[in-house]
Design a protein around this ligand. Structure first.
Ligand code: HEC
Length: 145
């Protein structure tokens, strides 16, 4: 009697957990991508940008940024005020602010662009690594450094 009661309790708990997992996966942030569980492996964070930020590479990064859909969230010039960001409260930065990306490594920027984070989509299937590094160069250049 007691055993079957606790078994029932356990199966109810499993059901509840399954339901919660399902809800978490349909949330806009997607599975495992919400900020709370978001971590960047140290080896990714330490990756150096293989594309030197020469004017030509920065310009290529700007072209890629402009021809992709980045601006709807990050703004046409990377000021963080894209049309979507205005409507939904998004955690976008104004990349022209010198301190906006202080303390964030190129490897971390690349990782977020590659894998996505929260409302930031993953671009690994749409852009090559070289293109993403070029966009990192462009984004960095906006702060004038
Ligand atoms: C649907 C909206 C959306 C689109 C489209 C989008 N981003 Fe983001 N992006 C975000 C949000 C929101 C964050 C902040 C994520 C966080 O920290 O929670 C972010 C973060 C980033 C970061 C990390 C640095 C930072 O400011 O937090 C980089 C780099 C980045 N985006 C580049 C890009 C590029 C390049 C594109 C286009 C190829 C792009 N994003 C498209 C929403 C978007």
């Amino acid at each position: 009697m007691l055993v079957s009661f606790s078994r029932r309790l356990r199966s109810q708990r499993i059901l509840l957990l399954a339901l919660l997992a399902l809800l978490a996966c349909t949330a806009p942030a997607g599975c495992q991508k919400n900020s709370a569980s978001f971590t960047i492996p140290p080896e990714d964070a330490q990756r150096k940008n293989p594309i030197e930020a020469t004017p030509a590479e920065v310009e290529q990064g700007r072209r890629l940024y402009t021809s992709s859909d980045c601006a709807i969230c990050h703004g046409k010039d990377g000021d963080g005020k894209g049309v979507l960001a205005k409507d939904i409260s998004m955690n976008t930065h104004n990349w022209h602010e010198p301190n906006s990306l202080a303390g964030i490594t190129d490897g971390e920027l690349f990782f977020i662009l590659d894998k996505g984070k929260g409302r930031m989509p993953a671009y690994e299937k749409r852009q090559t690594s070289e293109q993403m590094w070029q966009m990192v160069d462009y984004i960095r250049s906006l702060a004038g450094r």
